[in-house]
Ligand binder design. Structure first.
Ligand SMILES: C[S@@+](CC[C@H](N)C(=O)[O-])C[C@H]1O[C@@H](n2cnc3c(N)ncnc32)[C@H](O)[C@@H]1O
Length: 462
């Protein structure tokens, strides 16, 4: 980074503009919106600058630039049609450490003006260090569309009421008051011009902050790719006070969590032991009772082999407010990114999700006859460790040995690996390929479609 971003206070500051043509006028339009005392030095000026001078918005001295014009200036714009004059002005300004902007001559500048999105007093400045104005323009268009035209009015309302909130609301709760105000009826009322309704909304938010009620959001983080999160998941992650997350939630997703939020990895403690489920449930309740906004971030979807049901059963029993945000479950991610539709008019009229995780006694009890039936897709979560055993059990239950099977490791992630084979061969193929968790097993005729539909990642075939 060569240019340091900074906003200069022009209130009551002396600003010099050398030159008075169309380009100078363009610069002046913005400068005159500040409280700067502007002097334009130029033998001739365009009609717009002449009008500005006539209206008393600036002082115009109709003469050539003199070296001592730069004395006491806070900022200088060199905008004459003569590059040599502009360079001379810039050299003198540099000598006195006064920021100078020279039109169409980036090398002579010590200050450049960014592209802006203006919701005064909210100002978004976009700079590319002069490398690619087209990017700045494109970003400006996008940000313009994102920001409500009334944002400036909301900012002014907050400025006018900050002191009162500071006096009445303890520091720890202030951020939440303003966030609630922004997300709720308050900001909407300001934008609609209804100040008394906005004040009511602010008072309600302040009262609520005095007795904060905690809340837990059980959020599905999808298969691990940040752009497969829902917008709601991201909003809750950015609002959270505490985030309890699983081992399956990778760093790029965690980067979207609010920087100041407390993060608790319940997937593993020191020594790699996961926090017991009862303790997780207890932690959720404790943090919510302390008035915090808690996000319980779980890989995939919270209600698919995620123990989400157990967690909210305890929350409901404890009277803690909660919500559940669905996520892209591994079956959907693996299916989409491996090119294996879960259903297909010709091959599978139903889908069954099962877990290959053994019970505490080591038993793997699944309805094998049901799973062996034709015209369906079977998805086995956590099925890698018991793959050989489950394939044998399927064959014993009548499943054809040649029925196609795929195992997808890291589905939907850049390093996705897919091994395809048949019920009788897949276990040894997966072993040879050295697949590891997380991996999902897909069984059924739909797997054959991958030959035509694969579009993503790496493939290992029998
Ligand atoms: C405890 S379950 C959690 C499932 C999760 N709630 C979901 O909806 O995807 C973990 C299992 O999900 C599967 N899984 C999760 N993410 C995966 C991914 N990116 N690729 C393949 N399988 C995945 C694996 O079978 C893994 O062992």
């Amino acid at each position: 980074m060569r240019y340091y971003p900074v906003f200069l206070d022009f209130d009551d500051a002396d600003v010099l503009v050398v030159g008075g043509g169309e380009i100078a006028a363009r610069k002046l339009r913005l400068i005159l919106r500040t409280g700067a005392r502007v002097l334009v030095v130029a033998p001739e000026v365009c009609d717009e600058v002449r009008a500005m001078a006539a209206q008393g918005q600036l002082a115009w001295q109709p003469r050539r630039f003199a070296d001592d014009d730069i004395d006491r200036q806070r900022y200088i714009v060199a905008a004459t049609a003569d590059a040599a004059v502009n360079r001379h002005v810039a050299l003198l300004a540099r000598g006195q450490n006064i920021p100078v902007n020279v039109v169409d001559d980036p090398d002579a500048c010590t200050a450049i003006t960014p592209a802006i999105v203006d919701r005064d007093p909210v100002l978004v400045a976009i700079g590319t260090e002069g490398t690619a104005p087209v990017i700045a323009r494109r970003l400006r268009e996008r940000i313009e569309a994102l920001l409500s035209p009334g944002l400036g009015a909301v900012a002014r309302f907050i400025r006018d009421h900050r002191e009162r909130v500071k006096t009445n609301v303890p520091e720890a709760q202030r951020r939440r008051v303003w966030e609630q105000f922004l997300d709720g009826a308050g900001a909407a009322a300001v934008e609609a011009g209804d100040v008394s309704e906005a004040i009511d909304a602010l008072q309600a938010a302040s009262r609520q902050a005095e007795a904060p009620t905690g809340h837990v959001a059980l959020v599905g983080a999808g298969p691990g790719a940040p752009d497969l999160l829902t917008l709601r998941a991201v909003r809750l992650m950015q609002d959270a006070d505490v985030v309890l997350h699983d081992r399956l939630v990778p760093a790029p997703v965690m980067e979207l969590v609010r920087r100041d939020a407390e993060r608790i990895n319940v997937g593993k403690q020191q020594g790699r032991h996961p926090v017991p489920q009862e303790r997780i449930n207890q932690l959720l309740i404790e943090h919510a009772r302390a008035g915090k906004r808690v996000v319980r971030l779980k890989g995939g979807d919270p209600f698919i082999f995620g123990r989400g049901g157990e967690e909210i059963t305890d929350l409901a029993a404890a009277g803690v407010s909660f919500e559940v945000v669905p996520g892209v479950t591994a079956a959907n991610a693996c299916s989409a990114y491996a090119g294996i539709p879960l259903t297909h008019r010709d091959h599978a009229q139903s889908v069954i999700f099962v877990t290959g995780h053994r019970k505490a006694d080591g038993d793997l009890t699944l309805p094998w006859e049901t799973l062996a039936r034709p015209a369906q897709t079977v998805v086995i979560y956590m099925g890698l460790g018991s793959l050989g055993e489950s394939m044998q059990a399927l064959i014993a239950a009548g499943c054809p040995k040649h029925r196609p099977v795929a195992v997808v490791q890291d589905g939907g992630l850049p390093g996705q690996v897919v091994v395809t084979g048949q019920v009788q061969t897949i276990a040894s193929q997966v072993e040879d390929a050295g697949l590891r968790s997380p991996a999902l097993v897909l069984l059924g005729d739909v797997v054959r479609l991958r030959d035509k539909l694969a579009w993503f990642g790496k493939q290992v075939r029998a």
